[in-house]
Write a protein that binds this ligand. Structure first.
Ligand SMILES: Nc1nc2c(c(=O)[nH]1)N[C@H]1C(S)=C(S)[C@@H](COP(=O)(O)O)O[C@H]1N2
Ligand SMILES: [Mo]
Length: 171
């Protein structure tokens, strides 16, 4: 399962990212704003819940840690919900969101992220199963309580650690 079957067409010019919820500094970025943030590259592996993996993916974008420095989560913010332009949602703990490898990626293997893979911008959180890496990123909400995202409400594990093979709710 790669996505919900809808590949929203969002040009760089039309793309917006909003970040809100339990943070000191809510933001709304267009493409230029986003590209003017500090840029990072990460090399990581992809693990899909359906057992395929793809090694050594190079991603470029704004690291989750740099984003956190800008938006400054309040002390009671412990969870994050990622929202895609296709209506997809997926939840993370703040600790998982803040992983050193996690980033808001605009490029993959040195080229702009293709629409089918979530361009203009997707989240990449490689230490969890790939369903946590929301494509067509639109909004990031910082939450004081955990909520289930799309797959997490439909039988997938709440955290999805591939090393623990946390695939389904009761694993
Ligand atoms: N917005 C959005 N992000 C999503 C999905 C989706 O349906 N919508 N599917 C997830 C799942 S289940 C997987 S396996 C990966 C697939 O990413 P890929 O198409 O780049 O391989 O995206 C994840 N992110
Ligand atoms: Mo998936």
């Amino acid at each position: 399962m790669l996505d919900l079957g809808v590949h929203p067409a969002i040009s760089q010019a039309d793309w917006r990212l909003t970040v809100g919820g339990a943070i000191e500094n809510p933001i709304a970025w267009g493409w230029q704003n986003f590209m003017h943030q500090p840029q990072s590259t990460r090399l990581s592996d992809i693990h899909c819940v359906t057992s395929w993996s793809r090694y050594d993916n190079s991603w470029e974008g704004v690291s989750a840690r740099d984003l956190l420095e800008i938006v400054r989560p309040r002390a009671d913010a412990q969870f994050v919900m990622l929202h895609g332009h296709d209506g997809y949602t997926t939840n993370l703990t703040l600790d998982d969101f803040a992983d050193e490898q996690a980033l808001l990626a605009h490029s993959w293997q040195g080229a702009p992220l293709a629409r089918e893979h979530g361009g203009p911008v997707r989240f990449v959180v490689p230490h969890l199963y790939f369903w946590k890496s929301a494509k067509w990123l639109k909004h990031i909400a910082f939450l004081t309580r955990d909520e289930a995202g799309f797959w997490e409400a439909n039988g997938y594990h709440n955290r999805g650690d591939p090393w623990l093979e946390q695939r389904y709710t009761n694993d």
